[in-house]
Design a protein around this ligand. Structure first.
Ligand code: DQA
Length: 145
């Protein structure tokens, strides 16, 4: 599969930000872990992290023209606010899995809303950074039928 892994705001600070919620692994280590997993599985993967909503929309749109077959996205805080990201995923019709490192369903009320979820084939939460690998598994299962 040709995959794109998108990370939203503040996820570049993994390892620094709130380790009680997000662990001690840094962003670079996360990318290396996903890359290793994709190498083992024979998937092509590229990565995008941005703190800007529009840049995330641009990346989702570009995925269509790049013929990406699966998107793994942690929209971070934009999960809870962004109709633009929801519309972008709907626009490109690329199978997409939403992932959250923390167990968002056990956190604040404002984290209980996910706009993007209704456009996703699955959601993974609360598994730490291993959740990104499980999201890839979910995309594999989707194509396996
Ligand atoms: C997060 C959860 C969001 O509520 C939060 O805003 C984040 C990270 C997670 O990975 O657990 O930035 O998406």
């Amino acid at each position: 599969m040709k995959l794109l892994v998108i990370n939203g705001p503040n996820l570049n600070l993994l390892g620094i930000r709130e380790p009680g919620h997000y662990g001690t692994e840094n962003y670079q280590q996360l990318l290396e872990k996903i890359q290793r997993y994709c190498d083992e599985k024979g998937h092509e993967v590229s990565f995008l992290q941005s703190n800007h909503e529009g840049a995330l929309v641009d990346a989702i749109q570009q995925a269509y023209f790049d013929k990406v077959e699966g998107i793994v996205i942690n929209p971070a805080a934009y999960t809870h606010t962004s109709v633009a990201l929801l519309d972008a995923v709907k626009s490109v019709s690329i199978p997409t899995v939403e992932i959250h490192i923390s167990k968002v369903e056990e956190r604040e009320d404002f984290r209980q809303v996910s706009f993007i979820r209704q456009a996703c084939i699955g959601t993974v939460t609360g598994l730490g950074t291993d959740g990104y690998l499980r999201a890839i598994d979910r995309l594999e299962a989707h194509y396996a039928g």
